[in-house]
Write a protein of this length. Sequence first.
Length: 165
Amino acid sequence: MKPLLIAAALLLVPALAPTVAMAQVAAASMPNSFDRPASQAARAPAQPAAPASPAAPAPAAAPAVSMTPANARSEEVLREIIAGGQAGTLPYALMTEDLGGKVRAQEATVLPLLSGLGAIQALDFVGSRDGVDMFAVTFATGATQWVIGFDDSGKVAALLFRPAT
């Protein structure tokens, strides 16, 4: 997997709109799996449901997304990256050289964003697509969506976060 960094974190700061243009172009090239997962992309449009009768049972909840050891590692590394960023020291040793260089170039912008989000309230695995894992992370001050992917050597090669929609 070709190393990739999409600094969509800049979307969190409306005042930085001129610098966001590059992040938006890069983000536009990645499928938006949070809004429409691959498993739903080929489905036909949903038809309106028939009115429920008073005795009808409540609809079943959506099936839970199952975690695997690989997803658990993604969650562990993501938590470490977020904690490091909030503490002011990103764990570059976990990243590929290419990704680390790109993150370092944006560190002055990314670190204040991460520390301004506050404590993690919830971190939920959303799914996997095209070799990356997707997570919904709720902080004290807002909700975000994260994508994390690894290269063949196990280093983080793809990292993205943006406000939740």
